[in-house]
Design a protein around this ligand. Structure first.
Ligand code: TXA
Ligand code: MG
Length: 339
């Protein structure tokens, strides 16, 4: 299949809408990461997403809507908290897990009785949804297991020959995927993102829990609340380790490595010069949005540079730092060293 990468503009958005109505898969920009979109109500079209990504069949997709009146098309028995949170954070990087409406294809939810829904803020994503008139099922537009794409070029690197069209809307502003929140029982963050548990608790006026799976790999045979968290996600080809400690300890650790062949450091801007191994930066120290925006691109560049072992300086787990920490922890397949 020929894959066309084109800037998002009036005619290319119209082509995207037509392809989606015809049951095809199109990559679109969102404010978090690029998504691989298909018609939520068409099981065959949704099957094409799984095929293009090589995604495990038991990992459900997020449904994207453009307006509040689309919500009842995809979810039922919507609790008042969902409307409260929608009013506060939509359009934006918050996904709500709600009871699934019958129109949503089984393939989207992998047979679950719930559906994950969000309203993206990116104007191109919104325009494609509105013009196609369809709620769009869309996971991140990477090959399953590789870092999520934050530019159209990242999408092309993974999806060339697999999908007909990629709309280029520039680099993603947020850079990590949306916060996934379950509203069944106590509100629980299943995947941290730019909207923090504290932000959500402030709107709901009650505490918000953090799913066990955020910090821990699942035990053998355990069913996680969010199926996606059980896979080794966001993984570069290199062997990644997360190092918890300050910059002097990080530097000392790298100095003391007996064999530095193929070793790279992942740190913040301006911090690489004093290190005894080559390094890449993800964002600025103390500037969490800049770290989130740069992380996945940095993981891809490590592979391009042939890094074999990567030591990453662990970010803070506070606020939005938790989302960055979570993605690095998964890239490291949960390997953490305390310095
Ligand atoms: O920011 C985002 O959310 C991006 C953009 C494209 O919108 N999408 C994204 O999709 O990250 P994906 O498929 O890479 O991640 C979806 C996550 C997975 O961890 C999945 O297991 C979880 O949402 N999920 C989907 N449906 C669910 C459900 N019914 N219950 C619990 N978790 C669900
Ligand atoms: Mg993904």
């Amino acid at each position: 299949m020929l894959t066309i990468l084109t800037p998002a503009a009036t005619d290319s958005v119209a082509s995207a809408a037509a392809l989606l109505q015809g049951g095809q898969v199109v990559a679109i920009p969102t404010e978090t990461v690029y998504g691989l979109a298909a018609n939520t109500q068409d099981g065959v079209a949704v099957g094409r997403i799984f095929a293009a990504k090589g995604r495990p069949q038991d990992n459900p997709l997020i449904v994207h809507i453009a307006q509040m009146d689309m919500l009842p098309l995809v979810a039922v028995d919507i609790p008042p908290e969902a409307y409260k949170l929608g009013e506060a954070f939509w359009p934006g990087p918050l996904t709500l897990v709600l009871p699934r409406a019958p129109l949503v294809a089984q393939e989207v939810t992998c047979g679950l009785s719930t559906v994950a829904v969000r309203m993206p803020a990116h104007p191109v994503a919104r325009e494609v949804i509105i013009q196609s008139g369809l709620p769009l099922a869309a996971p991140s537009a990477n090959l399953s297991g590789s870092p999520s794409p934050t530019t159209a070029q990242h999408v092309l690197a993974d999806m060339d020959g697999r999908i007909p069209l990629i709309l280029d809307g520039g680099p993603c502003e947020v850079g990590v995927e949306s916060t996934v929140l379950s509203l069944a029982g106590m509100p629980t963050v299943l995947r941290p993102g730019a909207i923090t548990p504290e932000d959500i608790a402030a709107v709901l006026g009650k505490p918000v829990a953090l799913a066990n799976a955020v910090y821990h790999p699942p035990d053998e045979g355990e069913a996680p609340q969010s199926p996606g968290t059980k896979y080794r996600h966001y993984a570069p080809k290199a062997d990644v380790w997360l190092l918890e400690g300050d910059m002097p300890a990080f530097t000392r650790f790298l100095h003391d490595l007996p064999d530095k062949t193929g070793v790279w450091a992942l740190c913040h801007e301006g911090e690489g010069e004093s290190l005894p191994v080559p390094s890449l930066a993800f964002g600025r120290r103390g500037d969490l949005p800049s770290q989130a925006a740069a992380l996945f691109g940095a993981l891809r560049r490590l592979d391009e540079n042939g890094a074999q072992t990567v030591y990453a300086l662990a970010p803070t787990k506070k606020g939005m730092g938790l989302a960055v920490y979570d993605r690095l922890l998964r890239a490291a397949a949960f390997k953490v060293k305390k310095l």
